[in-house]
Design a protein around this ligand. Structure first.
Ligand code: BDR
Ligand code: CA
Length: 379
């Protein structure tokens, strides 16, 4: 059952402090046990901002996430790489350029994969994200700028190797671009700072899939890429449906209205594109909120202390009816000598989230960004 706060998150008072403190007390032990990192990046004006590449299939919730990264003072957004998924590659790239131009995002856009590594491309889910991928509310989406010449995989590989140990890649769509980058330059595995993946679901909160009963959309879209990603010993954190469907991290009408009225043009834009997403969740899950999967993955990059994590191995099934299923084997569990598990490295999987803390973080970034002039005030 959804538990909603009657208070609308805003800049002055955003989280429910008691809930948050209780969560953090509970999570503290788990975080210590799992060895979760302290804040990934320095504070604005302090240490160097975290250097982040966002890999997107824009997508309504991807658009929310891009604006979160853009307006977050601790993130230095290096590039936006595009892929198929929620919409076609064409739309995804055009939508990224539209957001870049409209909101003054400095990072370049790099066009990437149009289809999965091995499976044929499937029809985009227009019933979720609309025909244009942004909820069909913007009229003609016709940015006057173009993407960079470099392809997305080339950019990812060059950025990581050009700044070893500093670049974090956050994948918000199928992981195809990142795995193509690894094929181009296998050494990125040793030099990436962190890989944060929105994808998968292992059942911590009873969630296992949103495409089939066992498959999350990004894992399903390109299961070979997702399976490969968990085979390499780079520092991966999986942010799956286990946390992104948390009721208290969802955005209700009051929260969206707060963004619309207080986060300038960006807030007004998000309210408009969210209408289609809201209809989708009303009809598919019977709730009048939207789940911001991709922003929650970006929030991990900004504030990992909002999350409970567990270490273990992840396998992704690539074919058949279980295509895209993510299976988790916690660290220390007996695997009876099964060679399939023995060969896999250990990664981090998120199992809990401080929902009010996430909403607090989101509202602060957007409302602060609007006030700094990152978006004109709404009419
Ligand atoms: C993920 O799939 C896409 O539809 C969303 O943008 C998100 O990245 C959720 O399963
Ligand atoms: Ca996405």
């Amino acid at each position: 059952m959804l538990r909603r706060s009657t208070r609308v998150p805003g800049v002055e008072s955003l989280a429910t402090p008691i809930v948050r403190r209780a969560f953090l007390r509970r999570a503290g032990l788990l975080l210590a046990a799992a060895g979760a990192p302290p804040a990934l990046f320095g504070q604005a004006g302090g240490a160097r901002r975290g250097r982040v590449i966002l890999d997107v299939d824009i997508g309504i919730d991807d658009a929310f996430a891009v604006l979160l990264a853009h307006f977050s003072p601790t993130i230095d957004l290096l590039g936006i790489t595009t892929a198929f998924g929620n919409t076609t590659l064409e739309n995804s790239t055009r939508n990224a350029l539209y957001i870049k131009e409209r909101f003054g995002v400095e990072a370049q856009v790099y066009r990437g994969a149009a289809e999965p590594l091995h499976h044929p491309r499937s029809e985009p889910p227009v019933f979720v994200h609309g025909e244009d991928g942004l909820g069909d509310v913007e009229g003609r989406i016709a940015p006057s700028i173009r993407e960079a010449d470099l392809s997305a995989p080339e950019f990812i590989a060059r950025a990581i190797l050009g700044d070893p140990g500093e670049v974090t890649v956050v994948t918000l769509g199928p992981a195809t671009n990142l795995m193509l980058a690894r094929l181009l330059e296998p050494a990125i595995v040793d030099h990436v700072r962190d890989v944060i993946v929105m994808g998968g679901a292992v059942g911590f909160a009873g969630e296992r899939g949103n495409i089939t009963t066992v498959a999350e959309a990004n894992a399903w879209q390109d299961p070979h890429a997702m399976a490969d990603l968990f085979r390499f010993p780079w520092p991966v954190t999986m942010v799956g449906l286990d946390v992104t469907y948390a009721a208290d991290a969802s955005m209700d009408a009051a929260f969206i209205e707060e963004l619309r009225t207080r986060a300038g043009e960006a807030g007004a834009f998000l309210e408009r594109i969210n209408r289609q997403y809201r209809r989708f969740y009303r009809s598919s899950r019977g709730v009048d909120v939207t789940f911001q999967h991709d922003s929650i993955a970006v929030a991990y990059a900004i504030a990992p202390s909002l999350f409970e994590v567990e270490r273990g191995k992840v396998k992704v099934l690539t074919d058949g009816v279980a295509r895209g299923q993510t299976v988790f084997c916690p660290e220390g569990h007996h695997t009876f000598g099964d060679p399939e598990w023995a060969g896999l490295p250990t990664h981090r999987v998120c199992r809990g989230i401080d929902g009010p803390g996430f909403l607090d973080l989101y509202a602060r970034a957007l409302i602060g960004g609007g006030a700094r002039g990152g978006g004109r005030r709404a009419e």
